[in-house]
Design a binder for this molecule. Structure first.
Ligand code: ADP
Length: 373
């Protein structure tokens, strides 16, 4: 063979070998990719941590893999798909060759209702995926909002109805100045109540809409306490109740001064409203530990039973609705306090004994600025 022929043979052999190597690499890669897609074990590993209920089924609706959540809510049991609605939805989706959806209510691990938005997705190879997105939180939110609106409507109706009746009564008693004076006094009281209720509703919805920490700044607690107590002094004096303030100097938190003042005012107002004449209310602020400061509002008033303590932070909950209304209460004060506490990264807790009094403690993260220990 001539050198030229040798060179040509070498080139052909080299190219052939190269092509073989490329083919082997591609085949191996393709195998790997195919293996990753079809391997049930790997699929199970991928699906397991998903927050949604995801189930992959074969052509014969045999469960190939499922997320842990799908198994927790019982959408996949062993190798079967549950409940029947999901199976029917999948059958329809396959027949129509398109994604179909339905809402489904299942039970969580503790029997709590789990609301799922389910989609059945047929795949080209005959298999299918069922995806159930957890909508329980949305459902709870809309239920809470519905209850809230129903409560607000009810609460507004009472003073508005009373104002209408009192106006009519004053009008028909025009000949009797003493009666007119009496009716107008009550009218003023109901108007104030309506005003307070509307202000509290606006305060609560503002709190829910905006994060106070977005425009947070250093707040001097001593000033907050002084301002809150100043707002309650008149009503306390009228009820023969004394208020003392003891603020540890230099304490600051990061937050919204106005909201913090509203929260402390609500606590002091309650301490005054739910105490008898001659009672004492003490308002203090101090360092709780390395992380937190505490604002305490204590009274030796009527106290709250253990059962009621579990509910007093709910919107519109009152132990004694008559007493609350008589003192201008709206049933929203403590839920506002709780919102403010949580929005500032803190909490509010209560200690109370019926007939002995109550202490509400607002715990807030402390700011290092201006602290002199
Ligand atoms: P309200 O406007 O009725 O005071 P809140 O949300 O502030 O509404 O309080 C809810 C209920 O908790 C009150 O109606 C009252 O029954 C009870 N409560 C709150 N603070 C005190 C307190 N310091 N002492 C006794 N009961 C209290």
């Amino acid at each position: 063979m001539t050198p030229y022929a040798w060179a040509l043979l070498g080139l052909v052999l080299g190219a052939g070998l190269g092509a073989l190597v490329v083919w082997l690499v591609v085949r191996r890669a393709a195998h790997k990719v195919r293996g990753q897609i079809v391997n049930r074990h790997h699929l199970g590993e991928i699906l397991a941590p998903l927050r949604a209920a995801v189930v992959v089924v074969s052509e014969a609706d045999f469960v190939l893999a499922a997320s842990d959540f799908a198994r927790t809510v019982g959408m996949a049991r062993g190798s079967s798909l549950f409940p029947a609605e999901v199976g029917n939805l999948l059958t329809d989706a396959r027949r129509e060759q398109r994604i179909l959806e339905c809402d489904l209510r299942l039970a969580g691990p503790a029997g709590e209702p789990v609301q799922l938005a389910v989609r059945a997705v047929p795949l080209s190879n005959g298999a299918a995926v069922v995806i159930g997105e957890d909508r329980s939180e949305d459902l709870r939110f809309s239920e809470t909002r519905r209850d809230f609106v129903a409560n607000i409507s009810h609460e507004l109706k009472t003073p508005i109805g009373a104002i209408g009746l009192l106006a009519e009564a004053a009008d028909s008693a025009a000949e009797d100045p003493a009666a007119v004076h009496r009716f107008l006094g009550k009218l003023t009281k109901e108007t104030r109540r309506l005003n307070e209720l509307v202000s509290q509703i606006i305060a609560l919805s503002r709190l829910q809409a905006a994060d106070p920490m977005l425009a947070a700044h250093e707040v001097h607690l001593a000033q907050v306490l002084e301002a809150a107590v100043a707002r309650c002094t008149e009503i306390a004096e009228a009820g023969g109740i004394s208020i003392s303030v003891q603020a540890q100097p230099g304490l600051q938190v990061v937050g919204d001064a106005e909201e913090l003042e509203t929260a402390v005012t609500n606590l002091v107002q309650n301490a005054v409203a739910y105490s008898e004449p001659g009672a004492r209310v003490a308002v203090t602020s101090s360092i709780a530990d390395d992380q937190m400061i505490e604002i305490r509002v204590s009274d030796n008033g009527i106290g709250i039973s253990a059962d009621d303590q579990l509910r007093i932070f709910e919107r519109f909950f009152r132990v004694d609705a008559g007493r609350s209304r008589a003192s201008g209460g709206t049933g929203l004060g403590l839920s506002i306090v709780k919102h403010v506490a949580v929005a500032h990264g803190g909490e509010v807790v209560v200690w109370s004994r019926v007939g002995h009094g109550s202490t509400f403690t607002l715990r807030l993260p402390r700011s290092r600025e201006g602290i002199s220990e």
